[in-house]
Design a protein around this ligand. Structure first.
Ligand code: P6P
Length: 349
């Protein structure tokens, strides 16, 4: 019988179902939530692909809580994410980069304990300032179990503890990159797995199982236009990597897209270090902890890498507010540990 060449293949749905079997007590509700993230991303993908055609480009005219101008696609992607999860009985809250406050959802009488309910946080369309130039953009998501076992919170503040959990407690995290192809990359703590969207059938097909970040620093990724705003340790670190003094960095090249998901995805596959350090003046970073730093930190650690603020492992940072920003240094374990060493040495002097 001639062989057509077809190999066994997993879709996102079948892979999630296979992972679910690792949890015999699972009711499949978490898997359903994860699959819904995949669905939402397909809808967002269809909007991103047609951005130039639907006159959705350009400024939406509003600004978000970050003080950033909202591109129309930001708003559309945010609405798609909210519409996807709002009705799910196991989702009791959402938070978004595009929403000033958290969205607390009524606790239906599911009869299930609190820990079988979840909150989801997301940056619906990261890198959106690049949309008009057709640069890759992405969706980043983070899922935590709900902590409290109370009815619908009467105040937004009462719901906050469910969201202000350290990154090491995430149940799952991932991103979708809308690039030359669309990929869904996620982890539930059992490795990092990548799925490529086949536009002909509208299915995510397993293409990158058990992604491991190569132990080579192929890319140095930072907005070097901010060099003069960096603190001394960061400047010394950048200078050292670029000096070529160390054999490890002889072939390191500078690559910066200015779209976090695209920069992260490239470094995850090729090896490298991404830095968005604190501004020496404000002492603050630009990127947000809960729906950018923490989800990517979970992924990179599952892939053998590391993520730090410079002083602390990102996954150990105890959040204090919904949209808090952190310095983010993320990528190869060797390079992250070298950065932390330089920061310690500089602080000690
Ligand atoms: P800068 C995009 O606006 C974003 O939030 C991230 O996707 C990206 O890593 C960062 O900002 C780029 O910031 O200051 O280098 O333009």
């Amino acid at each position: 019988m001639p062989d057509s060449g077809w190999k066994d293949f997993h879709t996102l749905e079948s892979y999630i179902a296979a992972e679910e079997k690792m949890h015999p007590q699972s009711r499949g509700l978490f898997s359903h939530l994860l699959r819904r993230v995949g669905l939402a991303s397909k809808v967002i993908n269809s909007k991103v692909l047609r951005a130039g055609l639907n006159d959705v480009l350009g400024d939406h005219g509003a600004t978000n809580v970050q003080g950033e101008s909202q591109m129309k696609l930001d708003v559309i992607a945010n609405d798609i994410m909210k519409a996807t999860f709002r009705w799910m009985p196991i989702v009791i809250g959402m938070a978004s980069e595009e929403e000033d406050e958290l969205i607390s959802l009524p606790r239906p009488n599911t009869g299930m304990p609190a820990e079988d309910h979840y909150i989801i946080m997301f940056d619906p369309l990261d890198g959106s300032s690049n949309i008009d130039a057709n640069v890759s953009v992405g969706t980043i998501f983070s899922i935590h179990r709900a902590l409290s076992d109370t009815e619908k919170k009467e105040t937004v503040a009462a719901g906050l503890p469910d969201f202000l959990q350290p990154g090491y407690k995430q149940e799952a995290s991932g991103y979708v990159i809308y690039g030359s192809s669309t990929m869904f990359v996620y982890t539930t703590g059992h490795g990092v797995h990548g799925f490529t969207l086949d536009p002909e059938i509208g299915e995510y097909i397993l293409s990158h199982e058990n992604i491991r970040i190569p132990n080579t620093c192929k890319c140095f990724s930072a907005n070097e236009g901010n060099y003069n705003k960096w603190d001394t340790a960061t400047k010394q670190y950048a200078d050292y990597l670029r000096s070529g003094k160390d054999e490890r960095y002889k072939k390191t090249t500078s690559r910066y897209i200015g779209s976090l998901v695209a920069d992260f995805h490239r470094n995850l596959l090729y090896g490298g270090i991404f830095l968005y350090p604190a501004d020496a003046k404000t002492g603050k970073g630009k990127l947000r902890l809960l729906y950018e730093g923490a989800p990517l930190a979970m992924l990179v650690e599952q892939a053998g890498g590391l993520a730090t603020t410079g002083q602390k492992r990102i996954l150990d940072v105890q959040p204090t507010e919904l949209h808090q920003r952190v310095p983010l240094i993320i990528g190869n374990k060797h390079e992250v540990e070298l950065y932390e060493k330089m920061v310690r040495e500089h602080t000690a002097n």
